[in-house]
Design a protein around this ligand. Structure first.
Ligand SMILES: Nc1ncnc2c1ncn2[C@@H]1O[C@H](COP(=O)(O)OP(=O)(O)OP(=O)(O)O)[C@@H](O)[C@H]1O
Ligand SMILES: [Mg+2]
Length: 437
């Protein structure tokens, strides 16, 4: 095991989340109340970079400060640069996300690296000045990246981190988003290590993972103990750029503390909410499209929350999302949900060899109520595979009651809050886990 203290950065195409583990057995915590976070969620930093050219020179800003800029003279806004940085076909992305992105902000490959460096540098500087400054100074960093065919992920991200003044972690510099998210879900941020006792005449093992202590006693561990053979967990994350699948098969026959790390089977598919955004954009007339292009990224993100809930919004002098628009939005959401289910079936067919006993939906996409509902409904048709809904408001009480004894209101609230954090920040939380040490 290599890194005692670790910061993990889940570089999302839409929002970046950061977590810290302060010791081998400390809990993985999301960094909240971040100065660069969006107004809506205080641990989500918009993955937006803006280059502002003024008479005094060029200035780069990131996060909410960049997302609040409207594209215009001297302001270039870069959104979804992660998709272009990691994609095997960056040019193919240009058509797929026009909103909030300066029309001339189509950069070459080198430029995406430059933008990434500016982002990571801006993030570091802002965190160093925040109450998390001491954590940043004393920790190495690991980055969550999509599980797609991109060569030399570790070396590339390591180079970007160096250039931006971060200290890359020993061992793995990157983890894949599906595995870190799955790990975040099944541990809920717990970390436990130990020194296993040495068998006679064998050398003593070094610090090792204590997985049983990392599983949730009232949830997963209980379910596992009721099963014979193996127990499979599938975590599905609907993000801005990709939909990720992480599948973990636990061996339920373990009875001792000597339990091996299970393999996480994983894949990311290029299917994300930005395509839904683009579908909505394409369905509007030219005037409305022009109005949308003039919005700052933050304005569009705030509008779309209403739009996807079926609430009409005002755009300049007009209203969109009502009447016929509403029908089109519903249709776009339905079509998108179908695509999510289709890739889930593809993943299952191509990768999953064991049972699926529990499934969980995460990511910003799962915050969109009609989409969440449609996907959960489709998942629930499989009777053996229970859906664990982290957004279910009754989940905290039900689960804690199952533990027996009296349950305090604060415990219920703390669990509800953790559930919310896991939906959006599971990958950052899991990315700092000792599981990857
Ligand atoms: N309540 C909501 N209503 C509508 N859209 C939402 C809501 N919450 C989040 N989103 C959108 O969901 C999308 C995905 O968010 P998320 O934070 O999961 O993306 P990401 O992690 O940056 O993407 P990726 O992991 O694919 O790189 C974003 O476009 C975000 O604006
Ligand atoms: Mg994500």
């Amino acid at each position: 095991m290599k890194n005692r203290r670790l910061v993990s950065i889940d570089l999302g195409s839409a929002y970046t989340k950061v977590a810290v583990r302060r010791d081998w057995n400390g809990e993985s915590d999301l960094l909240r109340d971040l100065p660069l976070a969006s107004d809506e969620v205080d641990f989500c930093v918009p993955s937006v970079v803006a280059r502002v050219d003024a008479r005094g020179g060029t200035r780069w800003v990131i996060g909410s400060a960049a997302a609040e800029q409207a594209p215009g003279d001297g302001v270039r806004i870069y959104r979804y640069w992660k998709a272009r940085l990691f994609s095997t076909d960056p040019r193919g992305h240009v058509r797929r996300d026009e909103m909030g992105q300066s029309p001339h902000a189509d950069a070459g490959d080198d430029d995406y690296e430059r933008i990434a460096v500016e982002f990571f540098r801006g993030l570091r500087e802002s965190l160093e000045q925040s109450p998390y400054g001491a954590d940043i100074a004393s920790s190495a960093v690991r980055v969550c990246v999509p599980r797609i065919d991109a060569p030399d992920m570790d070396a590339r991200v390591g180079g970007i981190l160096h250039a931006a003044g971060w200290r890359p972690a020993h061992g793995r510099v990157t983890v894949y988003e599906p595995e870190s998210n799955a790990c975040g879900m099944f541990t809920r941020g717990r970390n436990a290590t130990w020194y296993p006792p040495a068998a006679p005449f064998t050398p003593r093992a070094g610090r090792s993972l204590h997985l049983v202590k990392m599983l949730e006693p009232e949830g997963l561990l209980q379910a596992l103990r009721r099963m014979a053979g193996s127990f499979g967990v599938l975590v599905i994350d609907i993000g801005g750029f990709t939909t990720d699948f992480g599948y973990v098969e636990f061996d339920t026959s373990f009875s001792t503390d000597d339990w091996h790390r299970p393999a996480i089977i994983q894949q990311s598919y290029e299917l994300g909410i930005r395509e839904l955004d683009q579908a909505i954009y394409d369905s509007l007339d030219e005037d409305a499209q022009r109005e949308i292009r003039a919005l700052s990224p933050a304005e569009w993100d705030a509008l779309k929350v209403d739009l996807y809930r079926g609430v009409p919004v005002t755009l300049g002098s007009r209203r969109i999302g009502g009447g016929e628009d509403a029908g089109r939005t519903t249709e776009a959401l339905r079509a998108f949900a179908e695509r999510v289910i289709a890739v889930r079936d593809t993943f299952r067919r191509d990768y999953v060899r064991g049972p699926i006993n529990a499934q969980t939906l995460t990511g910003g996409g799962s915050m969109i109520a009609p989409l969440h509902q449609a996907v959960v409904q489709a998942l629930a048709t499989d009777e053996d595979a229970r859906v664990y809904d982290l957004l279910d408001e009754h989940e905290p009480r039900r689960t804690l009651d199952g533990r027996g004894g009296t349950v305090r209101e604060e415990e219920i609230q703390a669990r509800a809050r953790r559930n919310q954090e896991l939906v959006r920040g599971g990958s950052a939380i899991g990315g700092s886990s000792v599981f990857f040490e």
